[in-house]
Write a protein that binds this ligand. Structure first.
Ligand code: HEC
Ligand code: HEC
Ligand code: HEC
Ligand code: HEC
Length: 481
């Protein structure tokens, strides 16, 4: 089976050519950023919560040198990983995973440029705003010698698995008979086997998160984006597929392999979790008086950033319909929820957040806050109602079929999200029916090409060539088969 072409090129998507906002915005943005730069290094000496990679990477543990390359199955999710994958986890991470380089990124020219534009007088490697996601978040604001050393490891084991102090020793004696649920809880190991918990873990850095339990706020807002940070554009199934797996995918509470339809499950859970994470972030941004407002990253980028084509792809109604981030317009929210009352409720509540946000442009309103909280609850309720194994890729595909054909105006963001959804669902479907479908893959490749951003030396480019009609035609072609 061959790997479907995946679009993380779409992920790096940012935008732009021209806009209609006053230049004074730029000044406000930069001043407020400078004021927020965090305090310089302090020599506090508290014990470090994390142990660091060295405590995982011994050859008898996760640093076995029989290196295995990442799986090349269509799932790419560890299904073809050998049963003893755990022995080489460290090597997978250090040799193939971008997370291992997340700290080095803060030392590169692009980061230097970002800091310069933010008006910061400290380097990114010392700025808690950046460390919050580019190292283990729990030690991002620590400045002890140990912590400074551990920062250099980037997004390492404990950033995802949880700080190991309490679980490192006990976990080495767990067997197939161990009650993992109870052990993970008792020792504070993150339950990454749970698709929802795993998605929350990723979303903490790939969407952002409010400050909590000593972890600073993680926020790529418009100030950071305008200074040169890639826009956050996270879709769970896509990112999981793209991350080099250092594990064998299974339900660790039962030991059962988890393959069939996996990606469709991940996609669906991801829709809820990403929505929750975005709303949590909106809540934090709108309740903290020291943060910029309106927060431009909450709105559709292309409402302000136009390209110069006379008949652009935004369509005549674009500005009016464009409030609300692309993320709140995701396919799940556009899919007719049918009889799923909980999903319907979550979408309704989110639409009300949209309305409240549009009315709160000049002031952070308690009404917006209340609406946001309601919507978060509603998404959580829907997520809890999902039984992991019950998503049916074949049925999901037919829902898309009906709904895509019904959409009048497909923005680039919606099309990109839809594309990612289709890849996930197609992967799941092929797994369910047990055979590859090269024709479908070829059609998806065409969509991928149609959604590509122009590549070049420039980091931030716009989908200038995007044509909704062409893309719709390609979607329809795909759905016909
Ligand atoms: C502690 C923060 C953090 C967590 C948690 C995290 N990531 Fe990341 N991730 C990053 C950072 C920062 C980068 C960028 C690294 C770089 O290139 O410097 C990144 C990069 C990636 C990339 C590469 C993107 C690209 O454009 O090539 C993938 C894929 C990815 N992460 C997937 C995941 C998944 C899946 C999870 C959850 C299982 C996850 N990440 C959890 C911070 C995090
Ligand atoms: C909310 C979490 C978060 C925060 C805060 C954050 N980053 Fe990132 N950063 C990421 C993630 C995730 C990626 C990978 C994006 C992707 O590929 O989707 C990334 C990517 C980058 C990249 C591009 C890497 C590449 O592939 O070239 C640079 C540069 C960067 N970050 C620098 C910074 C700097 C400097 C700061 C502080 C001013 C910062 N980041 C703050 C999460 C964050
Ligand atoms: C970006 C997030 C992330 C980072 C960083 C990360 N892991 Fe993982 N790891 C995961 C996920 C997700 C799983 C799958 C969880 C599951 O199935 O229970 C996993 C599973 C594992 C497993 C189980 C393997 C198996 O097949 O039984 C081991 C062992 C492991 N990781 C070790 C490490 C080590 C060691 C590091 C650091 C060198 C590390 N991980 C870094 C996300 C991460
Ligand atoms: C309400 C209008 C508005 C929205 C919505 C908006 N921006 Fe901006 N953007 C601006 C303005 C005004 C500037 C110039 C001031 C500044 O640098 O903050 C700017 C600057 C930028 C820049 C820097 C351009 C340069 O060459 O210096 C980037 C990149 C950017 N925005 C990306 C985005 C992305 C991505 C989104 C969506 C997540 C977005 N913007 C949403 C108005 C907007």
């Amino acid at each position: 089976m061959t790997t479907l072409k995946i679009s993380l090129g779409l992920v790096a998507a940012t935008a732009l050519v021209a806009w209609w906002i006053l230049p004074s915005q730029r000044l406000r943005t930069i001043e407020s950023s400078a004021a927020k730069a965090s305090s310089p290094v302090s020599a506090v000496s508290a014990p470090c919560k994390a142990l660091g990679v060295a405590s995982c990477a011994a050859t008898a543990c996760h640093g076995n040198f029989q290196e295995k390359l990442p799986s090349s199955s269509i799932l790419g999710l560890g299904d073809l990983r050998p049963k003893d994958s755990w022995k080489t986890s460290y090597l997978q991470w250090t040799n193939h995973d971008r997370h291992a380089h997340a700290f080095e990124t803060l030392e590169n020219d692009r980061s230097k440029q970002i800091m310069k534009l933010l008006g910061s007088n400290i380097p990114a490697t010392q700025d808690t705003r950046c460390l919050a996601c580019h190292v283990n978040p729990t030690i991002a604001s620590e400045r002890t010698h140990v912590a400074l050393e551990l920062h250099r490891e980037g997004v390492s084991c404990e950033a995802c698995h949880g700080d190991a102090q309490a679980w490192r020793a006990p976990h080495t004696s767990w067997t197939a008979a161990t009650n993992r649920e109870a052990e993970y809880t008792a020792h504070g190991m993150t339950k990454l086997y749970d698709l929802g918990v795993r998605a929350e873990t990723c979303a903490g850095c790939h969407v952002g998160a409010p400050a909590k339990d000593g972890v600073p706020m993680r926020d790529v807002n418009h100030d950071l984006i305008a200074a040169g940070h890639p826009r956050m554009n996270f879709e769970y199934a896509t990112f999981l597929r793209k991350m080099p797996p250092h594990w064998r995918e299974k339900d660790r509470t039962t030991g059962a392999e988890r393959l069939k339809g996996f990606e469709a499950d991940a996609w669906r859970v991801g829709q809820a979790v990403v929505m929750e994470a975005h709303l949590e972030l909106l809540k934090a941004r709108s309740s903290d008086q020291s943060r910029p407002w309106p927060e431009l990253a909450e709105f559709n980028c292309y409402a302000c950033h136009h390209d110069l084509k006379p008949k652009g792809w935004r369509g005549p109604t674009m500005p009016a319909q464009s409030f609300g981030t692309p993320v709140r317009n995701r396919p799940i929210a556009m899919t007719n929820p049918g009889t799923d009352e909980l999903l319907k409720k979550a979408i309704d509540e989110t639409n009300q957040v949209e309305t409240a946000l549009a009315k709160s442009l000049s002031v952070k309103s308690p009404h917006l806050l209340a609406k946001t909280e309601e919507a978060i609850k509603a998404w959580k309720n829907w997520r809890e109602s999902l039984v992991e194994s019950s998503s049916n890729a074949v049925r999901m595909r037919s829902l898309f079929e009906r709904d895509t054909l019904a959409w009048k105006h497909l923005t680039w963001d919606q099309a990109a999200d839809l594309y990612r959804a289709m890849v996930a669902i197609e992967n799941a479907r092929q797994h369910l029916v047990g055979q590859p479908n090269p024709e479908a893959e070829e059609r998806l490749s065409k969509l991928y090409e149609a959604l590509q951003l122009p590549r070049g030396v420039v980091h931030f480019d716009s989908p200038v060539k995007y044509s909704p009609d062409d893309v719709r035609a390609l979607f329809q072609e795909w759905l016909k088969k």
